[in-house]
Design a protein around this ligand. Sequence first.
Ligand code: HEM
Length: 152
Amino acid sequence: MEQLQIFLMQFYLPLKALHIVAVISWMAAILYLPRLFVYHADAPVGGEFSQHLKVMEHRLVRFIMTPAMLTVFVFGVLLMCVPGTISKPNIWFHTKMLFVLGLSGLHGFFVSNMRAFARDERPRSSRFFRIINEVVALLMVFIVFLVVLKPF
Ligand code: HEM
């Protein structure tokens, strides 16, 4: 374990850069998907627009959103192994993890909504997706402030 820590220490900054790149990709996708749902919720069932949205949502989740989330986790865990990153006091880190859990829960919720839209259901109203979109944005802002300011 100690050797792994020393090894990872040399790559601290590149690891952090990769973590941030993955975060940007995850956030871009998780903010865009509910915007697509806003249009999808009002699109006529079986129409050409609805079919087009289904393809866009599926590709966004499969090729960007889920791989980006997994990449964020991988580089996040590697950063945790670098000595000093989450040294005490680290209440900011536990709070961050709580918000990350919230984002991951929303990720799963969006995937299940995408599947419902693919079955030609309309799981929620466009107003609901507009509001939940703001929740994602707020969580993201809280997390970034926490990791940069480390206030507690
Ligand atoms: C399982 C998920 C995650 C883990 C384990 C994790 C862990 C970490 C760790 C250990 C650091 C290094 C802190 C330091 O250098 O002092 C870090 C940095 C960072 N994380 Fe995460 N993170 C995760 C998810 C996220 C998410 C979802 C976001 C944003 C929405 C995020 C944004 C950032 C940013 C912006 C930094 C750079 C902070 C700085 O340079 O001070 N992370 N993360």
